[in-house]
Design a protein around this ligand. Sequence first.
Ligand code: GDP
Ligand code: IMO
Ligand code: MG
Length: 427
Amino acid sequence: MPALVLLGAQWGDEGKGKATDLLGGSVDYVVRYQGGNNAGHTVVVGDQKYALHLLPSGILSPGCTPVIGNGVVVDPSVLLSELSGLQERGVDTSKLLVSGNAHLITSYHATLDKTTERFLGKRRIGTTGRGIGPSYADKINRVGIRVQDLFDESILMQKIEAALDFKNQVLAKLYNRRAISPQQVAEELLGYAEQIKGYVADTTLILNDAIDAGKVVLFEGGQGTLLDVDHGTYPFVTSSNPTAGGACTGAGVGPTKINRVIGILKAYTTRVGAGPFPTELFDDDGEALRTIGGEFGVTTGRNRRCGWFDAVIARYATRVNGLTDFFLTKLDVLTGWEQIPVCVAYEIEGERTTELPYNQSDFHHAKPVYEYLPGWSEDITKAKTFADLPKNAQAYVKALEEMSGAPISAIGVGPGRDETIEINSFL
Ligand code: GDP
Ligand code: IMO
Ligand code: MG
């Protein structure tokens, strides 16, 4: 099983970090292929808790080579501080590889991200403010700065000037802000160059060679399917492709090389930031899911919006990603409810649909149609096999599997590595 993609099937924060870390011990490479430090992946190893933003979760597995692919946007200051934070805790980070083609997030991208959000007012996206959108916009506009530019001072200067030419006009004339000095940006970036140089590599070549040699490569998505710029709830999305195809473009590996696509699926639903969310709860149940599930953002500390499981979304994730498996997480959080509502369809202006509407206004108006499944009260955090689960928990998992369109091959019953029920092996 040489190449697998592991990605979020909902709006992010499904538990991708834990799932990646769990497989990390048996994987040779873990590759981030999109996004940047907008991600927040919590990994619990024994009594240690790690919060990763830019680095692949595989960095915590000693035998594994972590890779930042060409599709990622890299804030060099975050990269270095995350690395030193891990080094101080005794984690070996020396194997990290960073694509020279990955684009940089500079201080002006973060400034523009925050300024644009303020300017949008109540129409804002609720971004993480990390400069993700503006950096990807520069990439598409062909005025981006790449990791490899750090090592050629004259090219770097030319590119920063080209990028700031237009932006400074916008900042000064539209947003009434001070123009940014290209020299200052160049100085800051050059200050990182020496420390980053040793990690930079032709990651596309290395990964293709590794797959050809039968090594196991895991592509770790950030964010989730419904935050995808093409397939998500646009414009309330991130600026990259977390969906499975993004792994190919974001790492330089052809689709014929990928054998398995695993969707990480929370047993209920959460979302951070603005945008439609049909099963969102505004009552005590929503508050209970947030408190029991610890649904507070790892990156921005914001409360996550919480709601019941949405099978329409899960089926959509199966379709647009070609999912072969699901990893169902946080089943333990649902312990204690007498009955658990599951959204099986939407009602849109009196019409019932079981598919995600492609029209954004329809999705905004979608009302969830619920089925009510019987709950359980037994503690499930020690369950090691499917048979250890109470009958109603088993039935809940089986019902979700049937509705979602791909087998549930693992179940999370707690945040720790060992709090997982494996049903089918991923490798
Ligand atoms: P990611 O962004 O997809 O990696 O997810 P986050 O790390 O942002 O959020 C998932 C949270 O749930 C983290 O705090 C994990 O430690 C935790 N978690 C993951 N799987 C489980 C599980 O099965 N049960 C419980 N209770 N917590 C889990
Ligand atoms: P992980 O990898 C949840 C959301 C933001 C905002 C939108 C755009 O931890 O699952 P951006 O800063 O990317 O331009 O913000 O996307 N968002 C996430 N929500 N989990 C994430 O990452 C997210 N990364 C971005 O809240 O609504
Ligand atoms: Mg997260």
